[in-house]
Design a protein around this ligand. Structure first.
Ligand code: NOJ
Length: 703
């Protein structure tokens, strides 16, 4: 990561109306944050021009040794500065990221101790974090509550998934008043989770809110390290309160050396497209340590011996006559992936420990990550791949058995190193609430939440160990993305929402795909695994019966599957379907082969939250542009204006679109491909079928 402009630091003036109230503005003066100590209670509020974003909201932390940093505080010092630089991520959606903010640090004291609150105000939102420096007399910093509030209005509506529930972040989105965030509401309107009685009513972040005053905001966190994950609990009258996932003993965060909390972030946008255009989360993370070299991290595209287990159901992860990960099949996939210019091939079910009942309670036979099953020869296959420029993508399904994985972690990574593997997909399927086994020093077993500090620290351990062995990690059932890929570029992608796989064994319905850009995708890249071409009649009842399940459909269109490579950003992007399905549509497959995974510019061309979105991206390594547009169940006609193209260039555009006969339910695989010349002066009409989409490849004509 390179600093490319001179950092501009200056002391800025902040306005203090009286001693205990201080306000801070964004560099463009549109967003205004006000900190105020009200009768000893720290509070903040936020305005965007003349619109209210956050009403007066309390802040603070409460510790188990009765040290209370939420009331009876005095203001001892304030500091402020402004900061403006740009930096270049190793890979990303934009080549140059501007980081421009004003900062205020307030130091607060109770009768004995000090807490600092850092505030930053950007042009696209605000952030704050709590810092408790190590200080004499304090030897435990165990947090029992974080008092942060986000005081909104009951008229503000949220797009949310339930926290404290069995399937982590893998839920469809509910849309309700912020006051209605509850398992009861969710069970009545989306999916029955009423039996899941552990834990409280709360939503995960990023939480997207459409405010009554037409602003769009997203509440999330940045730089979640050695802390517990934040959820948001409604408290009536439009108020949301932070609720941290507790350890099994009820403590929220354990520390012996001070507290440096994650940033609490509020992205603020005037419309849904602006919401998709923010770098606030990455800006609040750090560059890699100076002595760390991550130049070995390379974005890429991969295929996988995967959909045939999870989607078409013709193969098994475990040894059987239908075992997917067998030498000859893997070699065939390598041949296909190599012929079409891919970088990697994921193979699942290669190691020992898989058996039909492996899933999903955390009690299965522990996986062995250093031993292969008989019909998978890792040496043979990695050498075969090497000859064909394909490196195997490793797979570690842990079943949520953390101790078992950590015990083998380094040996497993060494094995992958030996065979030239560069990327590992990890998995943590354990579909029961508060069911991650932690074994303490005395051998006692405790059950932890998937998103508490224990797991946050586990994911951190994995990523640091992976960096040591020059391995990239793509996590399924992960902790949410809070921008750590800036400091650890090898944390290259993750799932963290209902992805394509649910369309394989269940269904996401037709409207989920247009929720994701406005929710999950605001946190970072997603391993959604797009590119399913056989959208119906694809799934067998069982690997043995080979009878087609007529009811199984992927609620999409073939053209929309192409669009997802542009709409859903991921530096490691999968072509998830089987070679035999791509063989039937090689003309459309051309788009997947050509679409880049590393970008220099992002332009949101149109959007309406949860209904449709069109994004244009410029390839980092050429002057070519790619456009993807997707719609929900409604058909749409767009006019795409090409003024984002360079105005001194001419381009040849290939259009991959639905036809007027295409429909996600009845006729999903009908598409057309056309070409035409375009310049920045042009525009074009494009039709999106119900549940459909389109993709453009716009290549510079070089003379
Ligand atoms: C769930 C993951 O999301 C999926 O991709 C994987 O194939 C299975 N777990 C098995 O590990």
């Amino acid at each position: 990561m390179k600093k490319i402009l001179i950092i501009l630091l200056s002391i800025i003036s902040v306005s203090c109306s009286y001693n205990n109230s201080i306000s801070l503005e964004s560099p463009n003066n549109e967003i205004k944050l006000n900190f105020e100590l009200v009768d000893g209670v720290p509070t903040y509020s936020v305005n965007n021009k003349n619109k209210k974003v956050i009403n007066l909201s309390k802040m603070g932390l409460l510790f188990n040794n009765k040290i209370d940093f939420s009331k009876n505080l005095t203001l001892s010092e304030t500091k402020s500065r402004s900061f403006n630089n740009s930096w270049k991520p190793l890979y990303g959606e934009e080549e140059i990221i501007s980081n421009n903010y004003n900062e205020l640090i307030v130091s607060l004291n109770n009768d004995k101790y000090q807490m600092d609150i850092f505030f930053r105000v950007y042009n696209d939102g605000i952030a704050f974090k709590y810092v408790i420096p190590e200080q004499g007399g304090l030897n435990s910093y165990d947090i029992i509550d974080e008092m942060t509030e986000f005081n909104l209005s009951s008229k503000d509506s949220a797009l949310w998934v339930p926290a404290f529930s069995y399937r982590r972040y893998e839920f469809l989105y509910a849309n309700s008043s912020v006051d209605d965030i509850s398992k009861k509401y969710y069970s009545k309107n989306v999916e029955d989770i009423s039996y899941d009685t552990l834990g409280i009513d709360a939503a995960h972040t990023p939480l997207t809110i459409k405010k009554d005053n037409d602003l769009y905001i997203s509440i999330h966190e940045a730089n979640l390290v050695d802390y517990s994950s934040m959820t948001l609990k409604p408290n009536g009258n439009g108020k949301l309160e932070v609720e941290l996932y507790p350890w099994s003993d009820g403590i929220k965060v354990k520390s012996t050396n001070g507290i440096n909390s994650p940033w609490r972030t509020i992205q603020i946008a005037n419309n849904s497209s602006e919401l998709l255009n923010s770098n606030i989360i990455l800006n609040l993370n750090d560059d890699p340590d100076e002595n760390e070299d991550f130049s070995w991290v390379k974005p890429g595209k991969y295929m996988g011996v995967w959909w045939e287990m999870i989607g078409t159901n013709e193969s098994t992860w475990w040894p059987s006559k239908n075992h997917g990960a067998n030498n000859s099949k893997v070699m065939n996939y390598i041949d296909f992936a190599s012929k079409h210019g891919f970088d990697g091939l994921l193979v699942e079910g290669w190691n020992k420990g898989w058996y039909p009942q492996w899933c999903c309670s955390g009690n299965g036979i522990p996986f062995i990550f250093t031993e292969t099953v008989d019909d998978f020869n890792i040496e043979l296959l990695s050498n075969y791949g090497k000859e064909k420029n394909i490196s195997l993508v490793g797979h570690h399904e842990t079943g949520g058995q953390i101790q078992n994985y950590e015990n083998q972690l380094e040996d497993a990574f060494k094995l992958y190193n030996k065979y030239g593997i560069k990327n590992i997909k990890t998995g943590y399927v354990n579909d029961v609430s508060k069911n991650i086994k932690r074994i303490d020093e005395k051998g006692n077993i405790h059950k932890e939440w998937h998103h508490g500090q224990y797991m946050v620290n586990h994911f951190q351990k994995v990523i640091e160990m992976a960096a040591k062995y020059k391995l990239n990690i793509i996590t399924h059932e992960p902790i949410k993305d809070t921008g750590l890929r800036r400091k650890y570029p090898n944390y290259i992608s993750r799932e963290g929402a209902k992805g394509q796989e649910f369309n394989g064994f269940w269904t996401n319905g037709v409207n989920h795909a247009t929720d994701l850009p406005f929710t999950r995708m605001l946190s970072g890249p997603m391993d959604y695994t797009p590119g399913i071409f056989q959208l119906n009649n694809f799934r067998y009842d069982s690997p043995d019966s080979k009878i087609i399940d007529k009811g199984a459909i992927v609620p999409s269109t073939l053209a929309k599957e192409l669009a997802l490579y542009v709409v859903y950003y991921s530096p490691m992007q999968m072509a998830a379907d089987l070679p035999k399905h791509y063989e039937k549509h090689l003309d459309a497959f051309e788009f997947i082969k050509n679409v880049p995974v590393d970008w220099s510019e992002r332009v949101i061309l149109n959007s309406s939250m949860s209904e449709y979105v069109t994004i244009a991206r410029k390839d980092k390594n050429s002057n070519n542009w790619y456009v993807g547009g997707i719609t929900d169940e409604k058909e749409r006609n767009f006019v795409i204006d090409f003024s984002f193209l360079d105005n001194d260039k001419e381009y040849k555009m290939t259009i991959y679109s639905d036809t007027y006969n295409t429909h996600w339910k009845d006729n999903p695989m009908e598409y057309e491909i056309k070409s035409k010349a375009v310049t920045s002066e042009d525009n074009t009409n494009i039709y999106l079928a119900p549940g459909g989409g389109f993709a453009f490849e716009i290549k510079e004509i070089t003379k």
